[in-house]
Design a protein around this ligand. Sequence first.
Ligand code: IPE
Ligand code: IPE
Ligand code: MG
Length: 254
Amino acid sequence: MIDRFFSQTRPKQGEDAETIKLGRIPSHIAIIMDGNGRWAKKKGLPRVAGHREGMKVINRVVEKADEIGVKYLTLYAFSTENWKRPKTEVDFLMKLPERFLGNELPKLQKNNVKVRVMGDKNLLPSHTSRAVDKAVEETKHNTGIVLNFALNYGSRHELMQAVRTLCEEVEAGKRSALDIDENVLSERLLSSGLPDPDLLIRTSGEIRLSNFMLWQLAYSEFWFTDVLWPDFGEDDLMEAVHIYQTRKRRYGGV
Ligand code: IPE
Ligand code: IPE
Ligand code: MG
């Protein structure tokens, strides 16, 4: 049963981007980039070396996703629970957006990538929020793939905030509780404006959501792999999309 969502099958020979492009392409892919620490440990390196290596994977994945026609790519970069990690690791993780965007922004621009960020920005160090604000601002008119970073993101916090905002609007007499429907709530989430992910990928063999997009993933297809994030490559992405193309999405119908 497990291989229904945890597939180790490699795409058949020739199942390359061109073949994949003939099939149904997920409009929105969300990825829980996990396993950086274990990757480093396996190599006898400090955990942060895994984060540095993991950062390098992002560009390749964005370019491949773009090539096959994916419109939105959401990457879970830091959760609201990741603050529990040792301060040195958190400090390192908070420097990664600057490093990544410092190096890659010109290329993202050239590729017409639109950067977005979802998460609670208030708790980010100012150097981190400055770097992401700059990238969002400078790419806001781009019309290509949307690269959405979940940074200090937690789904329960997001839902709680949305409920709180709606309650305030009701209290202030701006809306009636009765007109709160699924669309109204969706619009109050940090993912507002993005379609729900069609495909969720999690690396490193963990089979859980870790507080990621609980509302938005209600009808997404899930694909898990043992591959650790720093080892994730274009072929793994193609495998995930290939498996996605074999799934029958029913949304409760027949
Ligand atoms: C994912 O890798 C990156 C973040 C959560 C920031 P981990 O750091 O969780 O790696 P493991 O799970 O310890 O191997
Ligand atoms: C989820 O990974 C968060 C990110 C990938 C950013 P974690 O490594 O934090 O998840 P748990 O702790 O194993 O559930
Ligand atoms: Mg982890």
